[in-house]
Design a protein around this ligand. Structure first.
Ligand code: ADP
Ligand code: ADP
Length: 223
């Protein structure tokens, strides 16, 4: 069964009457690495926000493991336990250390403080940031910040990682490092990846490429 699915999904913004998602039905299987590629303004972020339960559709539905989002009493638990998010800008908390930032989503779980700390250290190792554990994000480079944000996105072992232009603020070297991390997370941890991009290397790494134009999926290629 698909891990994520949309059925006749529509998102219309009232002001300007923009149809950002225009009747999209798509199905993502567990363990897939999908990229959604399209030009700026085509509705990619809107689609990502609907997939992530961060926004409500005009009509149609999104399902996680066959269950419509509308049937979850609250989406908080779905988001906290099953979905990880990576954005173009990192949204780290500047008053916390890297290690503390990674632990923030863990307060939703029943883990003890030592368990949270140990898990966060492991995640910082995964992204090669353990040597910066005590640093504020303000003292990190942008590439390092994104790696900490990726560690945080994995805090509760989500099945799905949703990333919106994750390399958009990075130079090509740091961007490639982030993409290498995604490869590892996909390959070694079996996480389903959905990565949104306007193009470039991000799209080339994915196993399945959805081309998005004017709110519609116009091509769906597997390789
Ligand atoms: P992309 O991520 O591909 O750049 P977006 O999903 O951000 O596309 O935007 C798609 C379209 O919807 C654009 O025309 C944008 O101006 C419009 N849009 C996005 N968010 C809003 C909003 N909150 N209110 C009104 N229009 C919006
Ligand atoms: P929460 O109450 O968990 O904070 P939201 O405020 O994001 O959830 O959403 C409020 C309600 O809107 C949800 O309980 C759900 O019924 C509905 N909803 C939100 N997003 C979607 C979606 N992508 N598809 C279908 N229904 C949704």
């Amino acid at each position: 069964a698909p891990i994520l699915e949309t059925r006749k999904l529509v998102k219309r913004y009232p002001n300007g009457d923009v149809l950002a998602v225009d009747n999209v039905s798509l199905s993502i299987e567990p363990g897939e690495y999908v990229s959604i590629m399209g030009p700026s303004g085509s509705g990619k972020s809107t689609l990502m926000n609907l997939l992530g339960g961060l926004d409500t559709p005009t009509s149609g539905e999104v399902l996680f493991q066959g269950k419509p989002y509308g049937a979850f009493g609250s989406l908080d638990a779905l988001r906290a336990k099953h979905l990880g998010y990576v954005f173009q800008s990192f949204h780290l908390l500047p008053t916390l250390t890297a290690l503390e930032n990674v632990q923030v989503p863990m307060f939703e779980s029943s883990r003890t403080a030592p368990e949270r700390q140990a898990a966060a250290v492991e995640l910082l190792k995964l992204v090669h940031m353990e040597h910066r554990a005590g640093h504020s994000p303000l003292r990190l480079s942008v590439g390092e910040r994104q790696r900490v944000a990726i560690a945080r996105s994995l805090a509760n072992n989500p099945e799905v990682l949703l990333a919106d232009e994750p390399t958009g603020n990075l130079d090509s070297k740091n961007g490639a490092e982030v993409l290498d991390l995604f490869d590892k997370i996909h390959r070694e941890h079996g996480v389903t990846l959905v990565v949104i991009t306007h193009g470039g290397e991000v799209a080339e790494r994915a196993e399945r490429l959805l081309t998005y134009r004017d709110g519609r999926v116009v091509a769906d290629q597997r390789r």
